[in-house]
Design a protein around this ligand. Structure first.
Ligand code: ADP
Length: 465
């Protein structure tokens, strides 16, 4: 080969090589462009590997690093968004974020529920959606003063709610890095239950004061009479006055005892000493203790317990309080001569005990309230008999503590049946409280006393004779 043909061949090869490299570069550049295009469209390219010039390979691998970082960042943003919404959803408070025009940009479901709204109020002004001028006013104040402001409001006539709603509203301005606030965060804390409990406490104190005042003023009146004109009173008159004083002092001490029991039964303060309680033995004791009272009113107590009755899982001292109260009520509200019955049977690890009388009964309108503290249907009769109006509320609280259930059925003139259902011993693992079908049930048709009798196995009669 001559030199010239050798040079031509060399040049040709160099040109071919350069052409090949140019083609490879163009292919790699096209692939890089495809990768960039996919990223721009929000997709993750299958591969970032580029065979070809090293510089293009480096660009592709940088793109992969940037894309991975971006994906991690958006993952974090999504996660933070989910956390934020999770927090909002699970908050006990109603929350809304409103902008400078008082338009709602975000609100949680609690707020929607608090105000009985049909839909989330986003996009509408707070006044349009909640229709509460005080809240709008608080937002304006928070923007103007650039500090958190709060107020207590009460609302009536909200959709889907009859009751009055009490809220504490906090309006907190939200600022960026610098400059005036752009939004206000509203937090609405429902304090209705707290208000009601305050109200109940006030009513309770007023009732206690009233209950104490009456016997105390009677005491004072009679003591003054005895002090100032002792000789003007005949001995039998003095005896009558002393009897009245004794009756009221007994009622006073019963009232104090009932109040102490109520306070001991407050949730969290009471530790039940549960043990197996045998009902035949238990009711024999109650009968013996109440024999005198039954005798005085010429009443019979008939106890009928089903065969194979399991023991009851209960605190026997507290259980005595329940049945003393119920049988004493039956005695108190029965006319002489009518029988009082106690029946018990068991079904699926539950023992039901009924105290049945044929006494004056309770009018339907009073039934929902008889478990309330100090509620009496016939105030004079209850006071005359030394009642405090606290008995049934104590009974209910004790039954609740045992996770039992109490039902009351009554018909004026025909009598009252109180059914207490308690867990049998040994208790199966706690499944929660026994479900009461009705707390207050009005008996219809049959007299409670003529309800079908359970198969008697242990039947004893306490005669008034
Ligand atoms: P009290 O000390 O007045 O008996 P309770 O809380 O035991 O208070 O009962 C509340 C009210 O329910 C009573 O005042 C009475 O009017 C009514 N009541 C309770 N038990 C009976 C019953 N067996 N028969 C008729 N009324 C009853």
């Amino acid at each position: 080969m001559t030199l010239s043909s050798f040079l031509i061949a060399l040049l040709g090869s160099a040109l071919a090589l350069a052409l090949l490299q140019l083609l490879a570069w163009a292919r790699s550049a096209a692939k890089l462009e495809r990768i960039a295009e996919e990223i721009a469209q929000g997709r993750h390219p299958r591969s970032f590997v580029i065979f070809g010039p090293h510089s293009l390979f480096r660009v592709a691998s940088r793109l992969e690093t940037i894309l991975t970082a971006r994906e991690e960042l958006s993952g974090q943003i999504v996660q933070q968004g989910e956390n934020f919404h999770g927090v909002l959803r699970n908050m006990m408070e109603g929350v809304a974020i409103v902008n400078h025009d008082h338009r709602v940009e975000l609100a949680n479901e609690v707020l929607v529920r608090q105000f009985g709204l049909d839909a989330e109020p986003s996009g509408r002004t707070i006044l349009e959606s909640l229709r509460v001028a005080e809240i709008d006013h608080l937002i304006r104040e928070a923007f103007a003063r650039q500090e958190a402001v709060s107020g207590e409001i009460s609302l009536r006539g909200l959709p889907r709610s009859e009751a009055e709603l009490f809220l504490i509203v906090n309006a907190v301005p939200m600022c960026g890095e610098s400059g005036p606030p752009t939004h206000v965060l509203l937090v609405l804390h429902d304090i209705t239950e707290h208000k009601r409990s305050e109200e109940r406490q006030k009513e309770f104190l007023a009732s206690v004061s009233h209950e104490l005042r009456t016997p105390l003023s009677i005491f004072r009146g009679y003591v003054e009479t005895l002090l100032h004109a002792p000789s003007s009173l005949a001995p039998e008159e003095v005896r009558r006055v002393l009897k009245i004083l004794r009756r009221h002092s007994l009622r006073l001490s019963k009232l104090v005892n009932d109040l102490l029991t109520l306070s001991a039964l407050e949730p969290g303060r009471m530790n039940l000493e549960r043990a197996p309680v045998s009902l035949p033995h238990f009711f024999r004791r109650i009968e013996a203790d109440l024999r005198q009272q039954l005798h005085e009113k010429r009443l019979d107590l008939i106890v009928t317990l089903a065969g194979n009755l399991p023991k009851v899982d209960a605190d026997s001292f507290r259980l005595e309080q329940v049945f003393y109260n119920l049988v004493e009520n039956a005695i108190q509200y029965s006319e002489p001569g009518s029988p009082i019955r106690v029946e018990a049977d068991a079904e699926r690890e539950r023992v039901s005990i009924r105290v049945i009388d044929q006494g004056v009964g309770i009018p339907p309108a009073d039934l929902p309230y008889v478990f309330d503290r100090f509620y009496r249907v016939d105030k004079t009769r209850s006071r005359q008999a030394g009642g405090t109006g606290l008995g049934l509320s104590i009974v209910k609280q004790i039954v609740d503590l045992h996770q039992g259930c109490i039902e009351l059925a009554s018909e004026p003139g025909r009598g009252t049946t109180v059914t207490v259902t308690l867990p049998a011993w040994p208790s199966s693992p706690p499944e929660g409280p026994i479900a009461c079908q009705h707390i207050h049930r009005v008996a219809q048709g049959e007299s409670p006393a003529s309800a079908p009798e359970s198969r008697p196995a242990d039947r004893h009669l306490s005669r008034a004779s």
